[in-house]
Design a protein around this ligand. Structure first.
Ligand code: BG6
Ligand code: MG
Length: 226
C-alpha cells in the first residue's frame, strides 16, 4: 500500500531545471566551455560542485582551477541562478502539479521533498507549497548525492514509512537510479531517454495523475509477491 510520495523539485514541481541550465551556460561562456541540452541531462539531480566538475571535465579544463577558484565559480553560478528564481510565483508550478498535490492531500498520502538543491526551501516558499510537505530533506546532511539512494531513503524515514510504501518522482537519470536503489516505485517525467529505468514514464507533468500512478505501483507490488 502506497502511503508516501517523495518528490524531486527542479524539473518536477517547477521548471527550475531550465534556470539551472541557463545559469551553467552563462558560467560556461565565462570560462570558454559550451555544452548543449543533451550534455545538460547529465547535470540534472547532481550537486552544484559535482555539476561544475562535470562541466570542467567536459571542457578538458579540470586541472586549470584550484579548489578555491572552483568554489568561486560555483558561487557565481549560484548567484546567477538566485537572480532567476526571484521571479518565481505560485503560477510557476508546472501544469498538473497543483491537482496532483491536492489529490495526494485528499488521499492522506504523506509528502517529502528529496531535492539536491540548497535553494529548495526558498523555492517551495515562493511556489506557496512549503506547508504541503511533511518533510524536506536537507541535502547538506547527506553523505552521498544521487544516484546514491540516501536522500530517498531519508525521505521515507522522515515520513515514518518504509521505501516500499513510497513512490519517488524524478526528472533526472541519477534521480531514477536513486529511487530504484532505494526500493521505491519510480515515476519519471520528461526526457524519455533519460527516464528509461523508471517504473512508470510520463512525458509531461499533466500526465502525473494520482490514480494512474497508484494503479501502476500497486500492480508492480502484486507482481513482486509471486
Ligand atoms: C538539483 C538540480 O535539483 O539540484 C541540479 O537538478 C542542481 O541541476 C542541484 O545542480 C543543486 O542545486 P543548488 O540549487 O544547490 O545549486
Ligand atoms: Mg530534477
Amino acid at each position: 500500500m502506497i502511503k508516501g510520495f517523495v518528490f524531486d523539485l527542479d524539473g518536477v514541481l517547477t521548471d527550475t531545471a531550465e534556470y539551472h541550465y541557463l545559469a551553467w551556460q552563462e558560467l560556461g561562456e565565462k570560462i570558454g566551455i559550451s555544452f548543449d541540452r543533451e550534455f545538460n541531462e547529465q547535470l540534472k539531480g547532481i550537486s552544484r560542485m559535482d555539476s561544475l566538475e562535470r562541466i570542467l571535465a567536459y571542457g578538458h579544463k579540470s586541472n586549470l582551477y584550484s579548489e578555491e577558484k572552483k568554489m568561486i565559480l560555483a558561487d557565481e553560478k549560484n548567484e546567477d541562478y538566485k537572480k532567476l528564481i526571484t521571479q518565481i510565483t505560485p503560477a510557476d508550478l508546472l501544469p498538473g502539479i497543483t491537482e496532483l498535490l491536492m489529490d495526494l492531500k485528499k488521499a492522506e498520502i504523506k509528502l517529502a521533498l528529496a531535492s539536491a538543491s540548497k535553494n529548495g526551501p526558498v523555492i517551495l516558499e515562493r511556489l506557496g507549497i512549503a506547508d504541503v510537505f511533511d518533510a524536506v530533506i536537507d541535502p547538506a546532511t547527506l553523505m552521498h548525492g544521487k544516484p546514491d539512494p540516501e536522500i530517498f531513503i531519508k525521505g521515507a524515514e522522515q515520513l515514518g514509512l518504509r521505501p516500499e510504501e513510497c513512490v519517488g518522482v524524478e526528472d533526472a537519470e541519477a534521480g531514477i537510479e536513486a529511487i530504484n536503489a532505494a526500493g521505491m516505485f519510480s515515476v519519471g517525467v520528461g526526457n524519455e531517454q533519460s527516464m528509461k529505468a523508471a517504473d512508470l514514464f510520463v512525458a509531461a507533468t499533466t500526465d502525473l495523475k494520482l490514480s494512474t500512478i497508484l494503479a501502476a505501483a500497486q500492480s508492480q507490488q502484486k507482481e513482486r509477491k509471486f
